[in-house]
Design a protein around this ligand. Structure first.
Ligand code: FAD
Ligand code: NAI
Length: 475
């Protein structure tokens, strides 16, 4: 007889493992199936985020930032260093250790919460009664049944036509996280989140980095003031970013990669690099799920079609995270995982898409929540905006990092905060205050009247809120 569960989650990334834990907390007999393998063939739950995404990229950003600080900024503090060097193998080893700690942490959490873990591929199989069962293909093959299935199978990198990933020369996020030695010249196609983060890592370590972006503007989805400031800062650091390009051909051989493209003026150009990262977005992953056998509907992008509650077209089959519509972010996947588990329990799980924060972990960091000025203008909504530069913030001066600003945008009449946009030091942390404020429908005046510790970077948020009403105190 097949094993029976109340809830089975397919995919153990941030969406799936969190959904499984929450379902178990709510008293369901829960299983999670994940096929990711570590280098020894063992389980490595945590998905893209843990294995080749959020976590390893932040580990390398940290290592490379230390190197950058030691090489270019320690001297300002009177700290002298001789013979600064980078041991790439050691840096990559540390990153792998951080990843493994997270893999092990998830396996521990499954045990703690009594989630049954299957290491293998999960797929739908049509059952004799016309419904479905689940096949798990791991070391052994078995069939299990579930009252509810949550599909959380994530996404895969999009390849550039004619330039398949070989992870030697033409790299996806996976290869970009394990280049064995600093390349002399690195090309990046796509100035999105991965391109900027991974480009920053290797630039800080000494690579000459050129980023080629198809869109005519840099970071078009980001508030214009912030995008301009970020572009200026990244250029100053040596990231060469070309916008408005059209790639025509990518050739790869033993010597490296050559990219033929037209620049924004339409002139033919060639870029010769040792390695090329292609980061032009990701596609939802339903490979191996056998979705068609049970009639699970996909949308035109190949994502699993879901309603606002993450319900698919099949009864009791839900889908969350990168494999469905919406931003491809770990915290969005997690929120959907919790909401779906709670809906299965008859509760009212909810995800507020208006307050999902975005962070790009470059230096300076870029973070935002809510609407941009250009969106509000396009909508014709009356708003007021106030900003405050880190240059006028005492803590930023003490840190020695005064690049950037905080901008608060509020409704012209009600003063409700509509968006908060930041570029500067540690804004990945500062953005949380803005998210809380927006969740509670705070006004700019609310933030302006809250006592913020001094000296702290968060005072820039308070001052930007004061600036909405033209009454900054320190600028
Ligand atoms: P995934 O994390 O992709 O997990 C899906 C899991 O399902 C995988 O383990 C996969 O092996 C498994 N699976 C798939 N099919 C099957 C099957 N049939 N049977 C069994 N298992 C299966 N987001 C952020 O919020 N912050 C960041 O800083 C950030 N950095 C990133 C950096 C990089 C380089 C990349 C590539 C992404 C980054 N992201 C970041 C995005 C984030 O990784 C994704 O949004 C997130 O992982 C999506 O979670 P998920 O659970 O939907 O899918
Ligand atoms: P992206 O969507 O962020 O950026 C892709 C960029 O490539 C865009 O600017 C696009 O205009 C450009 N592009 C597309 N086709 C092109 C072409 N043919 N030639 C040149 N440029 C082209 O996608 P990316 O960077 O691959 O990341 C995928 C997703 O992963 C992100 O959207 C994000 O959801 C997630 N992610 C999140 C991170 C974070 O939260 N800090 C970090 C990294 C990834």
């Amino acid at each position: 007889m097949s094993k029976q569960f109340d809830v089975v989650v397919i995919g153990g990334g941030p969406g799936g493992y969190i959904a499984a834990i929450r379902a178990a907390q709510l008293g369901f007999n829960t299983a999670c199936i994940d096929e990711w393998k570590n280098e020894k063939g063992g389980p490595a739950p945590g998905g893209t985020c843990t294995n080749v995404g959020c976590i390893p990229s932040k580990a390398l950003l940290q290592s490379s930032e230390h190197f950058e600080q030691a090489g270019h900024h320690f001297a300002d503090h009177g700290i002298g260093l001789k013979d600064l060097s980078i041991d790439v193998a050691k840096m990559l080893g540390r990153k792998d250790t951080v990843v493994k700690q997270n893999n092990d942490g998830i396996l521990y959490l499954f045990k703690k919460n009594k989630v049954t873990f299957f290491h293998g591929r999960g797929s739908f199989v049509k059952a004799a009664d016309g419904g479905y069962e689940l096949k798990v293909a791991g070391a052994a093959e078995e069939t299990i049944t579930a009252k509810h299935v949550v599909v959380a199978t994530g996404s895969n990198p999009r390849a550039l036509p004619g330039a398949a990933f070989d992870e030697e020369n033409i790299l996806s996020n996976d290869g970009a996280l394990r280049i064995p030695a600093v390349p002399k010249k690195l090309g990046v196609i796509g100035a999105g989140v991965i391109g900027l983060e991974m480009g920053s890592v290797w630039r800080r370590l000494g690579a000459e980095v050129t980023v080629l972006e198809a869109l005519p503007v840099f970071l078009g989805a980001v508030d214009e003031t912030i995008a301009k400031e970020a572009q200026k800062a990244l250029k100053k650091q040596g990231l060469n970013i070309e916008v408005g390009v059209k790639i025509s051909e990518v050739k790869s051989d033993k010597k490296g990669v050559t990219v033929a493209y037209a620049n924004a003026k339409g002139e033919a150009q060639t870029l010769a690099v040792d390695k090329l990262i292609v980061s032009i977005g990701r596609v939802p992953n339903t490979i191996g799920l056998n979705a068609e056998s049970v009639g699970l509907k996909l949308d035109e992008r190949g994502a699993i079609a879901v309603d606002d509650d993450c319900k698919t077209n099949l009864p009791n089959v839900w889908a969350i995270g990168d494999v469905v519509r919406g931003p491809m972010l770990a915290h969005k996947a997690e929120e959907e995982g919790v909401a779906v588990a709670e809906r299965i329990a008859g509760q009212h799980g909810h995800v507020n898409f208006n307050t999902v924060p975005w962070v790009i972990y470059t230096s300076p960091e870029i973070a935002w929540v809510g609407q941009t000025e250009q969106q509000l203008k396009a909508e014709g909504r009356a708003y007021k905006a106030g900003s405050f530069p880190f240059m006028a913030n005492g803590r930023a001066r003490a840190l020695g990092d005064t690049t950037g600003l905080v901008k608060v945008i509020a409704d012209a009449k009600t003063d409700e905060i509509l968006g908060v946009h930041m570029v500067g030091p540690y804004v990945s942390e500062l953005i949380a205050e803005a998210v809380v404020a927006m969740e509670f429908k705070a006004s700019a005046e609310d933030i302006a009247r809250i006592c913020h510790a001094h000296p702290s970077l968060s005072e820039a948020t308070k001052e930007a809120a004061l600036a909405v009403d033209k009454r900054t105190l320190n600028f």
